[in-house]
Design a protein around this ligand. Structure first.
Ligand code: SF4
Length: 209
C-alpha cells in the first residue's frame, strides 16, 4: 500500500472525537480541494505491504483505528486492511471523500464510514457521488465542511434532496469558528451536529501525537 504516515493521536472529528486513535494515512488523492490541510498526502507515499501496516498499527496500542488520506479507497488493499483490523477487534473509521463507491463497505457496529460531501468552496462539489449517501447506515456519518453561506445552503439542499439514515456533521473550515454555523443550524432546525476539530483546539495547526 502507498502510506503517507502512521501515527497515534486523538480523533479530532465526528462521532469518535477524543478517542486515542491509530491513524493510517494512505497516500494519493483524486481531488484537489481548495482548503486541503493534508496536501502532502495527495501524492507520493511509501510502499508498504499490508502486514507491515498491521504491525505498525498494533504497536500503537489503540482500540480505534482511522484510515484516512488522501483518498483511501483508491487503493485495492484498503478493504482487506479494514477486514483485518475488524477481525483483530478494532473499531475502524474510514474517512472517504465521497467519490468512490461505498456499496461494498462492511456493515457492522465497529465500522464507521465517514463520508465527506464536498461543498462549493472546496472547488470539488461536482466530483462527489451523492448516490453513496444511501449506503450509509445508522453508525455512519456524513460530513460537511462549511466555509460560507453558499456552502451552508448547498449542504441544506443535499440533506433535503437525499434520504439519509446516518449522523450529519457540520464543521466550519478551520475547525474552531463555530458560532455562525451553530446559530444557522438552530435557526433552521436542521438535524445536524455542529462540531469543532478537537486537534485544532488543542494543538492549533500542528498535529498532536
Ligand atoms: S479529498 Fe481530502 S486529501 Fe483529497 S484534496 Fe480534498 S481534503 Fe485533500
Amino acid at each position: 500500500m502507498k502510506v503517507s504516515e502512521i501515527f497515534r493521536s486523538l480523533q479530532g472529528e465526528g462521532l469518535r472525537m477524543g478517542a486515542p486513535t491509530a491513524f493510517v494515512r494512505l497516500a494519493g488523492c483524486n481531488l484537489r480541494c481548495e482548503w486541503c490541510d493534508t496536501k502532502y498526502a495527495q501524492d507520493g507515499g511509501e510502499e508498504m505491504p499490508l502486514e507491515k501496516v498491521l504491525e505498525m498499527v498494533k504497536a500503537l496500542k489503540c482500540r480505534d483505528v482511522c484510515i484516512t488520506g488522501g483518498e483511501p479507497l483508491l487503493q485495492k488493499e484498503t478493504v482487506p486492511l479494514i477486514y483485518n483490523l475488524l477481525d483483530s477487534g478494532h473499531h475502524v473509521t474510514l474517512e472517504t471523500n465521497g467519490t468512490m463507491s461505498l456499496q461494498e463497505m462492511p456493515c457492522e457496529e465497529r465500522m464507521l464510514v465517514s463520508m465527506d460531501v464536498k461543498c462549493p468552496s472546496s472547488g470539488m462539489a461536482d466530483k462527489c457521488d451523492l448516490a453513496n449517501i444511501e449506503y450509509l447506515g445508522p453508525v455512519d456519518q456524513l460530513k460537511f465542511v462549511i466555509a460560507d453561506e453558499r456552502d451552508y445552503e448547498y449542504a441544506k439542499k443535499v440533506l433535503k434532496e437525499r434520504k439519509h439514515n446516518c449522523t450529519v456533521i457540520m464543521i466550519p473550515v478551520g475547525g474552531t469558528n463555530l458560532k455562525w454555523l451553530a446559530e444557522k443550524v438552530l435557526e433552521d432546525k436542521l438535524e445536524a451536529r455542529v462540531l469543532p476539530q478537537l486537534h485544532k483546539l488543542i494543538w492549533g495547526d500542528k498535529r498532536g501525537r
